[in-house]
Design a protein around this ligand. Structure first.
Ligand code: ADP
Ligand code: MG
Length: 149
């Protein structure tokens, strides 16, 4: 029987929306590929307002996943047009789970999840039963509410 696609496990992912899902090679260039996909998708969806934050969050999510040397890595992006929400999800079947730490601004490491926390409306991770590993996701708002707050 065919395996359920990984996006089936992504909490917010809905294939009825504009979306892309891309299996990435497990190497540092995966980060650049994911960034380019985000930029192209946001152009297509006329949602470039998200671009800087979405590219940065994507970099941190994919870097973390590549670092644990999974066998498989899938990046997913989907856009909730009506609500102006962008979902970025990364599945990896590697060991370990995201563990936010107090950022140490002297040390280079330990900032990725802090950045994600600060640029996202919400983020989280969950295990992916049957596939191994976990999905780490972040949801970004287009920022209109902050302009009127
Ligand atoms: N996809 C992942 N798989 C396993 N562990 C992860 C993953 N993402 C994050 N982590 C864990 O969370 C920690 C904190 O991540 P982060 O804030 O990005 O800092 P850094 O990557 O610099 O260590 C990582 O050191 C790692 O232990
Ligand atoms: Mg990191």
């Amino acid at each position: 029987m065919a395996e359920a696609p990984v996006w089936h496990h992504a909490p917010a992912f809905n294939q009825d929306r504009p979306h892309y899902a891309l299996a990435l090679a497990i190497k540092p260039t995966a980060v650049a590929v994911a960034r380019e996909l985000v930029k192209a998708a946001l152009q297509e969806w006329e949602a470039t307002l998200f671009c800087d934050d979405a590219v940065l969050v994507t970099s941190e999510l994919v870097t973390n996943a590549v670092r644990v040397e999974p066998e498989k890595l899938v990046f997913m992006i989907d856009y909730v047009v009506a609500d102006g929400l962008l979902n970025l999800s990364v599945w990896d079947d590697g060991p370990g789970v995201p563990e936010p730490r107090e950022p140490d601004f002297v040390n280079e490491s330990g900032r990725g999840l802090w950045i994600i926390e600060n640029l996202s409306r919400t983020w989280g991770w969950e295990p992916t039963p049957g596939l191994g590993g976990k999905i780490t996701w972040a949801q970004l708002g287009c920022g209109e509410e902050t302009a009127t707050d």
